[in-house]
Design a protein around this ligand. Structure first.
Ligand SMILES: Cc1cc2nc3c(=O)[nH]c(=O)nc-3n(C[C@H](O)[C@H](O)[C@H](O)COP(=O)(O)OP(=O)(O)OC[C@H]3O[C@@H](n4cnc5c(N)ncnc54)[C@H](O)[C@@H]3O)c2cc1C
Length: 478
Protein backbone atom coordinates (compact mmCIF):
# COMPACT_ATOMS: atom_id res chain seq x y z
CA UNK A 1 0.00 0.00 0.00
CA UNK A 2 1.25 3.46 -0.83
CA UNK A 3 1.62 5.93 2.01
CA UNK A 4 1.00 9.43 0.71
CA UNK A 5 3.96 11.62 1.50
CA UNK A 6 4.88 15.26 1.34
CA UNK A 7 7.51 15.39 -1.36
CA UNK A 8 9.57 18.46 -2.18
CA UNK A 9 11.13 18.78 -5.61
CA UNK A 10 13.87 21.39 -5.80
CA UNK A 11 14.08 22.86 -9.29
CA UNK A 12 11.53 23.19 -12.11
CA UNK A 13 13.76 22.27 -15.05
CA UNK A 14 13.52 19.17 -17.22
CA UNK A 15 14.42 16.96 -14.25
CA UNK A 16 12.18 18.63 -11.69
CA UNK A 17 9.13 18.41 -13.96
CA UNK A 18 9.79 14.72 -14.66
CA UNK A 19 10.23 14.01 -10.95
CA UNK A 20 7.12 15.98 -10.03
CA UNK A 21 5.02 14.09 -12.51
CA UNK A 22 6.32 10.72 -11.31
CA UNK A 23 5.64 11.48 -7.64
CA UNK A 24 2.22 12.99 -8.33
CA UNK A 25 1.24 9.99 -10.45
CA UNK A 26 1.92 7.76 -7.44
CA UNK A 27 -0.33 9.81 -5.24
CA UNK A 28 2.15 11.90 -3.31
CA UNK A 29 1.59 15.52 -2.36
CA UNK A 30 4.19 17.49 -4.34
CA UNK A 31 5.68 20.95 -3.88
CA UNK A 32 8.16 22.27 -6.45
CA UNK A 33 10.53 24.95 -5.20
CA UNK A 34 11.99 27.07 -8.00
CA UNK A 35 14.19 30.05 -7.36
CA UNK A 36 13.60 31.66 -10.78
CA UNK A 37 10.44 33.39 -11.90
CA UNK A 38 9.76 30.83 -14.62
CA UNK A 39 10.19 27.11 -15.24
CA UNK A 40 12.58 25.45 -17.65
CA UNK A 41 15.91 25.75 -15.84
CA UNK A 42 18.62 26.20 -18.47
CA UNK A 43 15.88 26.80 -21.05
CA UNK A 44 14.32 29.67 -19.17
CA UNK A 45 14.59 32.60 -21.64
CA UNK A 46 16.25 34.97 -19.15
CA UNK A 47 19.06 32.47 -18.63
CA UNK A 48 19.70 31.43 -22.22
CA UNK A 49 22.09 33.07 -24.61
CA UNK A 50 20.70 34.20 -27.98
CA UNK A 51 20.17 31.51 -30.61
CA UNK A 52 20.67 28.68 -28.13
CA UNK A 53 19.39 25.40 -29.51
CA UNK A 54 19.53 21.77 -28.49
CA UNK A 55 22.38 19.51 -29.46
CA UNK A 56 20.13 16.48 -29.33
CA UNK A 57 17.60 15.91 -32.12
CA UNK A 58 14.04 16.66 -31.02
CA UNK A 59 12.96 13.01 -31.08
CA UNK A 60 15.56 12.29 -28.39
CA UNK A 61 15.23 15.48 -26.38
CA UNK A 62 11.67 14.91 -25.17
CA UNK A 63 9.58 13.19 -22.53
CA UNK A 64 8.42 9.74 -23.52
CA UNK A 65 4.74 10.67 -23.28
CA UNK A 66 4.90 13.98 -25.12
CA UNK A 67 6.52 14.55 -28.48
CA UNK A 68 7.78 17.94 -29.50
CA UNK A 69 5.45 19.59 -32.03
CA UNK A 70 5.89 18.61 -35.68
CA UNK A 71 6.44 22.26 -36.52
CA UNK A 72 9.65 22.30 -34.49
CA UNK A 73 12.93 21.92 -36.36
CA UNK A 74 15.17 18.91 -35.84
CA UNK A 75 17.17 20.84 -33.21
CA UNK A 76 14.70 23.14 -31.46
CA UNK A 77 15.65 26.63 -30.36
CA UNK A 78 15.68 27.65 -26.71
CA UNK A 79 12.26 29.39 -26.69
CA UNK A 80 10.70 26.33 -28.35
CA UNK A 81 12.09 24.01 -25.66
CA UNK A 82 10.82 26.40 -23.02
CA UNK A 83 7.33 26.42 -24.60
CA UNK A 84 7.38 22.62 -24.78
CA UNK A 85 8.28 22.32 -21.08
CA UNK A 86 5.55 24.80 -20.15
CA UNK A 87 3.02 22.72 -22.08
CA UNK A 88 4.25 19.58 -20.34
CA UNK A 89 3.80 21.22 -16.93
CA UNK A 90 0.30 22.34 -17.90
CA UNK A 91 -0.68 18.93 -19.28
CA UNK A 92 0.32 17.31 -16.00
CA UNK A 93 -1.16 19.94 -13.70
CA UNK A 94 2.20 20.83 -12.28
CA UNK A 95 2.04 24.61 -12.59
CA UNK A 96 -0.04 25.01 -9.43
CA UNK A 97 2.53 23.06 -7.43
CA UNK A 98 5.45 25.36 -8.32
CA UNK A 99 6.54 28.02 -5.85
CA UNK A 100 8.39 30.44 -8.11
CA UNK A 101 10.98 32.95 -6.92
CA UNK A 102 11.59 30.76 -3.90
CA UNK A 103 15.08 29.49 -3.18
CA UNK A 104 16.20 26.69 -0.92
CA UNK A 105 18.84 28.27 1.29
CA UNK A 106 19.68 25.25 3.38
CA UNK A 107 18.21 22.06 4.72
CA UNK A 108 18.61 19.73 7.64
CA UNK A 109 16.92 16.73 9.24
CA UNK A 110 13.44 17.43 10.61
CA UNK A 111 13.50 18.73 14.16
CA UNK A 112 10.43 16.63 15.06
CA UNK A 113 12.64 13.53 14.56
CA UNK A 114 10.34 12.19 11.84
CA UNK A 115 12.06 10.91 8.69
CA UNK A 116 12.56 13.70 6.21
CA UNK A 117 14.00 17.17 5.91
CA UNK A 118 13.36 20.73 6.99
CA UNK A 119 14.05 23.26 4.24
CA UNK A 120 14.90 26.92 4.86
CA UNK A 121 13.37 28.96 2.07
CA UNK A 122 13.68 32.52 0.84
CA UNK A 123 10.41 33.68 -0.72
CA UNK A 124 9.65 36.21 -3.49
CA UNK A 125 9.55 39.13 -1.01
CA UNK A 126 12.92 38.16 0.47
CA UNK A 127 11.44 36.82 3.69
CA UNK A 128 12.63 33.47 5.01
CA UNK A 129 10.51 30.58 6.20
CA UNK A 130 10.84 26.84 6.57
CA UNK A 131 8.87 23.79 5.54
CA UNK A 132 9.08 20.11 6.47
CA UNK A 133 8.94 17.30 3.93
CA UNK A 134 8.99 13.50 4.08
CA UNK A 135 11.19 13.25 1.00
CA UNK A 136 13.26 15.65 -1.08
CA UNK A 137 14.15 15.22 -4.75
CA UNK A 138 17.14 17.38 -5.68
CA UNK A 139 16.73 18.45 -9.32
CA UNK A 140 18.95 21.51 -9.36
CA UNK A 141 20.93 20.66 -12.49
CA UNK A 142 24.58 21.00 -13.32
CA UNK A 143 24.48 24.44 -14.88
CA UNK A 144 23.44 26.70 -12.05
CA UNK A 145 26.37 28.04 -10.08
CA UNK A 146 28.69 29.82 -12.54
CA UNK A 147 32.40 29.22 -12.15
CA UNK A 148 34.28 32.35 -11.27
CA UNK A 149 37.69 33.58 -12.36
CA UNK A 150 39.38 36.40 -10.54
CA UNK A 151 42.46 37.96 -12.14
CA UNK A 152 44.61 40.92 -11.36
CA UNK A 153 43.73 44.15 -13.11
CA UNK A 154 40.02 43.45 -13.41
CA UNK A 155 38.99 46.44 -11.27
CA UNK A 156 40.92 48.79 -13.53
CA UNK A 157 39.48 47.03 -16.61
CA UNK A 158 35.89 47.55 -15.43
CA UNK A 159 36.63 51.06 -14.13
CA UNK A 160 37.52 52.22 -17.64
CA UNK A 161 34.25 50.80 -19.01
CA UNK A 162 35.10 47.16 -19.68
CA UNK A 163 32.61 44.43 -18.78
CA UNK A 164 33.37 40.98 -17.45
CA UNK A 165 30.51 38.50 -17.47
CA UNK A 166 29.89 34.78 -17.18
CA UNK A 167 28.49 33.20 -20.35
CA UNK A 168 25.13 32.70 -18.60
CA UNK A 169 24.78 36.52 -18.50
CA UNK A 170 25.30 36.91 -22.23
CA UNK A 171 21.59 36.91 -23.09
CA UNK A 172 21.32 39.84 -25.52
CA UNK A 173 23.20 40.38 -28.82
CA UNK A 174 23.23 44.12 -28.04
CA UNK A 175 26.01 43.32 -25.55
CA UNK A 176 28.30 42.60 -28.51
CA UNK A 177 27.18 45.21 -31.05
CA UNK A 178 30.01 47.62 -31.90
CA UNK A 179 32.29 46.19 -29.21
CA UNK A 180 35.45 44.11 -28.99
CA UNK A 181 34.47 40.77 -27.52
CA UNK A 182 36.87 38.26 -26.02
CA UNK A 183 35.39 34.87 -25.12
CA UNK A 184 37.29 32.59 -22.76
CA UNK A 185 36.52 28.89 -23.20
CA UNK A 186 36.41 26.19 -25.84
CA UNK A 187 33.02 24.69 -25.10
CA UNK A 188 29.83 24.82 -27.11
CA UNK A 189 28.59 27.91 -25.28
CA UNK A 190 31.90 29.69 -26.02
CA UNK A 191 31.71 29.04 -29.75
CA UNK A 192 27.97 29.82 -29.83
CA UNK A 193 28.63 33.19 -28.20
CA UNK A 194 31.59 33.98 -30.46
CA UNK A 195 29.46 33.31 -33.55
CA UNK A 196 26.56 35.30 -32.10
CA UNK A 197 28.89 38.22 -31.39
CA UNK A 198 30.11 38.28 -35.01
CA UNK A 199 26.53 38.15 -36.28
CA UNK A 200 25.49 40.86 -33.84
CA UNK A 201 28.04 43.28 -35.26
CA UNK A 202 30.94 43.10 -32.81
CA UNK A 203 33.95 45.03 -34.12
CA UNK A 204 36.36 42.25 -33.11
CA UNK A 205 35.82 38.76 -31.73
CA UNK A 206 38.52 36.65 -30.10
CA UNK A 207 38.14 33.17 -28.67
CA UNK A 208 40.71 32.01 -26.14
CA UNK A 209 40.75 28.26 -25.58
CA UNK A 210 43.10 25.64 -24.18
CA UNK A 211 43.07 22.73 -26.63
CA UNK A 212 41.05 21.93 -29.74
CA UNK A 213 38.55 19.10 -29.32
CA UNK A 214 36.65 17.08 -31.87
CA UNK A 215 33.30 18.57 -32.74
CA UNK A 216 30.53 16.99 -34.71
CA UNK A 217 28.60 19.05 -37.27
CA UNK A 218 24.82 18.73 -37.28
CA UNK A 219 25.23 17.28 -40.79
CA UNK A 220 28.27 15.10 -41.37
CA UNK A 221 29.73 15.69 -44.81
CA UNK A 222 27.17 18.49 -45.06
CA UNK A 223 24.53 15.91 -45.92
CA UNK A 224 23.89 13.26 -43.29
CA UNK A 225 22.27 14.07 -39.94
CA UNK A 226 24.85 13.07 -37.32
CA UNK A 227 22.30 10.91 -35.54
CA UNK A 228 22.30 8.55 -38.54
CA UNK A 229 26.02 8.00 -38.02
CA UNK A 230 26.60 8.34 -34.29
CA UNK A 231 23.30 7.24 -32.76
CA UNK A 232 23.34 3.78 -34.25
CA UNK A 233 24.06 0.35 -32.82
CA UNK A 234 26.99 -0.29 -35.17
CA UNK A 235 28.79 2.77 -33.83
CA UNK A 236 28.00 1.79 -30.26
CA UNK A 237 29.29 -1.72 -30.80
CA UNK A 238 32.70 -0.31 -31.64
CA UNK A 239 33.26 0.26 -27.95
CA UNK A 240 33.89 -2.63 -25.61
CA UNK A 241 31.23 -2.36 -22.93
CA UNK A 242 31.38 -3.85 -19.48
CA UNK A 243 31.23 -7.53 -18.71
CA UNK A 244 31.27 -8.78 -22.27
CA UNK A 245 31.82 -12.48 -22.85
CA UNK A 246 34.65 -14.29 -24.56
CA UNK A 247 32.86 -14.31 -27.95
CA UNK A 248 32.37 -10.55 -27.88
CA UNK A 249 35.97 -10.01 -26.90
CA UNK A 250 37.01 -12.20 -29.81
CA UNK A 251 34.74 -10.24 -32.18
CA UNK A 252 36.27 -6.99 -30.95
CA UNK A 253 39.77 -8.32 -31.58
CA UNK A 254 38.88 -9.42 -35.12
CA UNK A 255 37.14 -6.16 -35.95
CA UNK A 256 39.81 -3.94 -34.44
CA UNK A 257 41.34 -2.84 -37.78
CA UNK A 258 37.91 -1.99 -39.16
CA UNK A 259 37.03 0.00 -36.07
CA UNK A 260 40.35 1.82 -36.30
CA UNK A 261 39.70 2.61 -39.97
CA UNK A 262 36.20 3.85 -39.14
CA UNK A 263 37.51 6.42 -36.67
CA UNK A 264 40.36 7.55 -38.92
CA UNK A 265 37.82 7.97 -41.73
CA UNK A 266 35.55 10.09 -39.54
CA UNK A 267 38.50 12.21 -38.40
CA UNK A 268 39.56 12.82 -42.02
CA UNK A 269 36.04 13.77 -42.99
CA UNK A 270 35.76 16.23 -40.11
CA UNK A 271 39.16 17.74 -40.88
CA UNK A 272 38.09 18.43 -44.44
CA UNK A 273 34.54 19.52 -43.73
CA UNK A 274 35.40 21.84 -40.84
CA UNK A 275 38.73 22.99 -42.34
CA UNK A 276 40.43 22.13 -39.07
CA UNK A 277 43.91 22.33 -40.59
CA UNK A 278 43.36 25.86 -41.91
CA UNK A 279 41.94 26.89 -38.52
CA UNK A 280 44.91 25.24 -36.77
CA UNK A 281 42.38 23.38 -34.69
CA UNK A 282 43.15 19.72 -35.28
CA UNK A 283 42.74 17.93 -31.93
CA UNK A 284 45.66 15.90 -30.63
CA UNK A 285 43.61 13.11 -29.12
CA UNK A 286 42.02 10.38 -31.18
CA UNK A 287 38.33 10.89 -31.78
CA UNK A 288 37.41 7.57 -30.18
CA UNK A 289 39.08 8.75 -26.97
CA UNK A 290 37.30 12.10 -27.11
CA UNK A 291 33.97 10.65 -28.15
CA UNK A 292 34.28 8.33 -25.19
CA UNK A 293 32.29 10.65 -22.98
CA UNK A 294 31.54 13.90 -24.67
CA UNK A 295 31.62 15.42 -28.11
CA UNK A 296 30.20 18.88 -28.56
CA UNK A 297 28.32 19.84 -31.67
CA UNK A 298 30.13 22.30 -33.95
CA UNK A 299 28.39 25.65 -33.83
CA UNK A 300 27.26 26.35 -37.41
CA UNK A 301 29.46 29.07 -38.87
CA UNK A 302 32.17 28.83 -36.21
CA UNK A 303 34.95 27.17 -38.23
CA UNK A 304 34.35 29.24 -41.39
CA UNK A 305 34.57 32.36 -39.24
CA UNK A 306 37.86 31.22 -37.72
CA UNK A 307 39.16 30.27 -41.17
CA UNK A 308 38.40 33.69 -42.67
CA UNK A 309 39.54 35.63 -39.59
CA UNK A 310 36.20 36.97 -38.38
CA UNK A 311 36.94 35.08 -35.17
CA UNK A 312 40.52 35.18 -33.97
CA UNK A 313 41.35 32.01 -32.06
CA UNK A 314 44.16 32.02 -29.50
CA UNK A 315 45.38 29.00 -27.56
CA UNK A 316 45.91 29.57 -23.86
CA UNK A 317 44.01 31.37 -21.17
CA UNK A 318 43.67 34.81 -19.61
CA UNK A 319 46.70 35.75 -17.52
CA UNK A 320 45.53 39.18 -16.30
CA UNK A 321 43.74 42.35 -17.30
CA UNK A 322 45.84 45.37 -18.16
CA UNK A 323 44.03 48.65 -18.79
CA UNK A 324 41.61 47.98 -21.63
CA UNK A 325 43.46 44.83 -22.70
CA UNK A 326 43.66 41.22 -21.62
CA UNK A 327 47.04 39.55 -21.45
CA UNK A 328 47.10 35.91 -22.41
CA UNK A 329 49.19 33.14 -20.90
CA UNK A 330 51.02 32.88 -24.23
CA UNK A 331 52.00 36.55 -24.00
CA UNK A 332 49.49 37.94 -26.54
CA UNK A 333 47.67 41.16 -25.69
CA UNK A 334 44.07 41.59 -26.88
CA UNK A 335 42.11 44.81 -26.52
CA UNK A 336 38.63 44.21 -25.20
CA UNK A 337 35.40 45.92 -24.27
CA UNK A 338 33.64 42.78 -23.04
CA UNK A 339 35.19 39.61 -21.61
CA UNK A 340 32.78 36.67 -21.66
CA UNK A 341 33.84 33.85 -19.35
CA UNK A 342 32.43 30.62 -20.81
CA UNK A 343 34.16 28.62 -18.12
CA UNK A 344 31.36 26.37 -16.97
CA UNK A 345 29.63 25.80 -13.70
CA UNK A 346 30.38 24.60 -10.20
CA UNK A 347 28.94 21.24 -9.32
CA UNK A 348 27.53 20.70 -5.89
CA UNK A 349 24.51 20.97 -3.66
CA UNK A 350 25.32 24.11 -1.66
CA UNK A 351 22.24 23.97 0.55
CA UNK A 352 23.12 20.58 2.06
CA UNK A 353 24.77 20.64 5.49
CA UNK A 354 28.53 20.13 5.30
CA UNK A 355 28.39 16.71 6.97
CA UNK A 356 26.02 15.42 4.28
CA UNK A 357 27.93 17.14 1.49
CA UNK A 358 31.00 15.17 2.53
CA UNK A 359 28.98 11.98 2.22
CA UNK A 360 27.66 13.00 -1.18
CA UNK A 361 30.77 14.34 -2.88
CA UNK A 362 34.21 12.74 -2.89
CA UNK A 363 37.14 15.03 -2.09
CA UNK A 364 37.94 15.01 -5.82
CA UNK A 365 34.46 16.27 -6.72
CA UNK A 366 32.84 13.01 -7.83
CA UNK A 367 29.28 12.31 -6.70
CA UNK A 368 28.74 9.19 -4.64
CA UNK A 369 25.37 8.25 -6.04
CA UNK A 370 24.08 4.81 -6.80
CA UNK A 371 23.12 4.99 -10.46
CA UNK A 372 23.21 8.76 -10.03
CA UNK A 373 20.01 8.75 -8.00
CA UNK A 374 20.62 7.88 -4.37
CA UNK A 375 23.14 7.69 -1.58
CA UNK A 376 22.18 5.48 1.38
CA UNK A 377 23.84 7.93 3.76
CA UNK A 378 21.43 10.63 2.63
CA UNK A 379 18.09 9.26 3.72
CA UNK A 380 14.78 10.36 2.22
CA UNK A 381 16.57 12.12 -0.58
CA UNK A 382 16.85 11.40 -4.29
CA UNK A 383 18.69 13.08 -7.15
CA UNK A 384 17.51 13.54 -10.72
CA UNK A 385 19.53 15.07 -13.53
CA UNK A 386 22.99 14.41 -12.18
CA UNK A 387 24.01 13.21 -15.60
CA UNK A 388 23.22 14.58 -19.00
CA UNK A 389 20.49 12.70 -20.78
CA UNK A 390 16.84 13.60 -21.15
CA UNK A 391 15.62 10.02 -21.05
CA UNK A 392 17.56 9.22 -17.92
CA UNK A 393 15.92 12.12 -16.09
CA UNK A 394 12.51 10.62 -16.68
CA UNK A 395 13.77 7.12 -15.96
CA UNK A 396 15.41 8.07 -12.67
CA UNK A 397 12.26 9.94 -11.63
CA UNK A 398 10.24 6.80 -12.17
CA UNK A 399 12.86 4.80 -10.31
CA UNK A 400 12.89 6.83 -7.12
CA UNK A 401 9.20 7.57 -6.81
CA UNK A 402 7.93 3.98 -6.26
CA UNK A 403 10.68 3.33 -3.77
CA UNK A 404 9.56 6.33 -1.73
CA UNK A 405 6.09 4.82 -1.53
CA UNK A 406 7.33 1.73 0.33
CA UNK A 407 5.50 0.37 3.36
CA UNK A 408 8.33 1.03 5.74
CA UNK A 409 8.59 4.73 5.12
CA UNK A 410 10.72 5.41 8.15
CA UNK A 411 13.73 3.36 7.22
CA UNK A 412 16.75 5.32 6.09
CA UNK A 413 18.10 2.73 3.73
CA UNK A 414 15.23 0.35 3.17
CA UNK A 415 13.84 2.10 0.11
CA UNK A 416 17.02 1.50 -1.80
CA UNK A 417 16.78 -1.62 -3.92
CA UNK A 418 18.79 -4.59 -2.72
CA UNK A 419 21.13 -4.21 -5.69
CA UNK A 420 21.90 -0.67 -4.49
CA UNK A 421 22.85 -1.91 -1.08
CA UNK A 422 25.01 -4.61 -2.62
CA UNK A 423 26.54 -2.02 -4.88
CA UNK A 424 27.28 0.09 -1.84
CA UNK A 425 29.01 -2.78 -0.15
CA UNK A 426 31.13 -3.32 -3.25
CA UNK A 427 31.98 0.38 -3.42
CA UNK A 428 32.87 0.45 0.22
CA UNK A 429 35.17 -2.52 -0.14
CA UNK A 430 36.65 -1.03 -3.29
CA UNK A 431 37.24 2.30 -1.60
CA UNK A 432 39.42 0.53 0.93
CA UNK A 433 41.18 -1.87 -1.40
CA UNK A 434 41.66 0.37 -4.44
CA UNK A 435 44.11 2.87 -2.89
CA UNK A 436 46.11 -0.02 -1.49
CA UNK A 437 46.19 -1.69 -4.90
CA UNK A 438 47.22 1.56 -6.56
CA UNK A 439 49.99 2.19 -4.08
CA UNK A 440 51.36 -1.29 -4.71
CA UNK A 441 51.06 -0.88 -8.46
CA UNK A 442 48.29 -3.47 -8.79
CA UNK A 443 45.81 -0.94 -10.13
CA UNK A 444 46.05 2.17 -12.23
CA UNK A 445 45.06 5.55 -10.87
CA UNK A 446 41.47 6.34 -11.89
CA UNK A 447 40.96 8.64 -14.82
CA UNK A 448 37.97 10.92 -14.67
CA UNK A 449 34.95 10.36 -16.79
CA UNK A 450 34.59 13.43 -18.91
CA UNK A 451 30.89 13.19 -19.54
CA UNK A 452 30.09 14.78 -16.17
CA UNK A 453 28.28 11.59 -15.31
CA UNK A 454 29.82 11.69 -11.88
CA UNK A 455 31.81 8.54 -12.47
CA UNK A 456 35.29 7.59 -13.42
CA UNK A 457 36.30 6.65 -16.89
CA UNK A 458 36.53 2.99 -15.94
CA UNK A 459 33.83 2.81 -13.32
CA UNK A 460 31.18 5.06 -14.70
CA UNK A 461 28.06 4.60 -12.60
CA UNK A 462 25.77 4.31 -15.56
CA UNK A 463 24.65 0.85 -16.51
CA UNK A 464 26.90 -0.91 -19.01
CA UNK A 465 24.37 -0.39 -21.77
CA UNK A 466 23.68 3.27 -21.06
CA UNK A 467 27.35 3.82 -20.52
CA UNK A 468 28.20 2.50 -23.90
CA UNK A 469 25.33 4.51 -25.36
CA UNK A 470 26.69 7.61 -23.76
CA UNK A 471 29.94 7.22 -25.57
CA UNK A 472 28.47 8.17 -28.85
CA UNK A 473 26.08 10.85 -27.67
CA UNK A 474 27.16 14.42 -28.18
CA UNK A 475 26.72 16.24 -24.91
CA UNK A 476 26.43 19.85 -23.97
CA UNK A 477 29.49 21.73 -22.88
CA UNK A 478 28.02 24.70 -21.15
C1 LIG B 1 22.95 25.72 -23.66
C2 LIG B 1 22.60 24.33 -23.25
C3 LIG B 1 22.21 23.40 -24.22
C4 LIG B 1 21.91 22.10 -23.84
N1 LIG B 1 21.53 21.21 -24.82
C5 LIG B 1 21.29 19.92 -24.45
C6 LIG B 1 20.93 18.93 -25.43
O1 LIG B 1 20.82 19.22 -26.61
N2 LIG B 1 20.73 17.67 -25.02
C7 LIG B 1 20.85 17.30 -23.71
O2 LIG B 1 20.65 16.13 -23.39
N3 LIG B 1 21.15 18.21 -22.77
C8 LIG B 1 21.37 19.51 -23.11
N4 LIG B 1 21.71 20.42 -22.15
C9 LIG B 1 21.83 19.97 -20.76
C10 LIG B 1 20.65 20.46 -19.95
O3 LIG B 1 21.22 21.01 -18.81
C11 LIG B 1 19.74 19.32 -19.61
O4 LIG B 1 19.28 18.70 -20.79
C12 LIG B 1 18.51 19.72 -18.82
O5 LIG B 1 17.84 20.83 -19.39
C13 LIG B 1 18.87 20.00 -17.39
O6 LIG B 1 17.69 20.04 -16.66
P1 LIG B 1 17.70 20.00 -15.09
O7 LIG B 1 16.28 20.14 -14.68
O8 LIG B 1 18.44 18.82 -14.60
O9 LIG B 1 18.56 21.27 -14.63
P2 LIG B 1 18.29 22.82 -14.88
O10 LIG B 1 17.69 23.04 -16.19
O11 LIG B 1 19.57 23.51 -14.56
O12 LIG B 1 17.20 23.19 -13.77
C14 LIG B 1 17.52 23.27 -12.42
C15 LIG B 1 16.54 24.22 -11.75
O13 LIG B 1 16.80 24.22 -10.35
C16 LIG B 1 16.66 25.54 -9.87
N5 LIG B 1 17.43 25.68 -8.66
C17 LIG B 1 18.77 25.52 -8.51
N6 LIG B 1 19.13 25.73 -7.24
C18 LIG B 1 17.99 26.02 -6.55
C19 LIG B 1 17.71 26.35 -5.21
N7 LIG B 1 18.68 26.41 -4.29
N8 LIG B 1 16.44 26.59 -4.87
C20 LIG B 1 15.45 26.52 -5.78
N9 LIG B 1 15.65 26.23 -7.07
C21 LIG B 1 16.91 25.98 -7.46
C22 LIG B 1 17.19 26.41 -11.01
O14 LIG B 1 16.69 27.72 -10.94
C23 LIG B 1 16.69 25.66 -12.23
O15 LIG B 1 15.45 26.13 -12.67
C24 LIG B 1 21.99 21.73 -22.49
C25 LIG B 1 22.39 22.67 -21.53
C26 LIG B 1 22.69 23.95 -21.89
C27 LIG B 1 23.11 24.93 -20.83
Amino acid sequence: MIRRKQVCIIGAGVSGLAAAKAFAARGHQITIIERSGDLGGVWEPARSYPEVQTQSPKDLYRYTDKAMPDSYPEWPKGPQVHAYLTEYAKDNNLLGAIRFNTAVLQMDRRPDAKPGWRLDLRGPDGSTSHADFDFVAVCTGQFNEPQTLSLSGEDAFTAQGGRIMHSSRYNDPEIAKGRRIVVLGGSKSATDIAVNAVNAGATEVTLVYREPVWRIPYFIGGLVNFKRILYIRAQEEMFKSWGIGAMSRFAHAVAKPLVWANWRGLESLLKVQLKLGKCDMVPKERIEDGVNCSVPIATPGFFPMVADGRIKAIRGSFARYDGNSILMTGGQRVQADVAVLAIGYKLGVPFLPQAYREKLVDPDGQYRLYRLIANPDLPEMGFVGFNSSFFSREFWSSSISPNVSGRNGSSHRSWLPICARRYWAVCYTASITAPAMRSTGLAAAPTRCRNRCGGRANSCMQTPRSRSNSRSLPRPQA
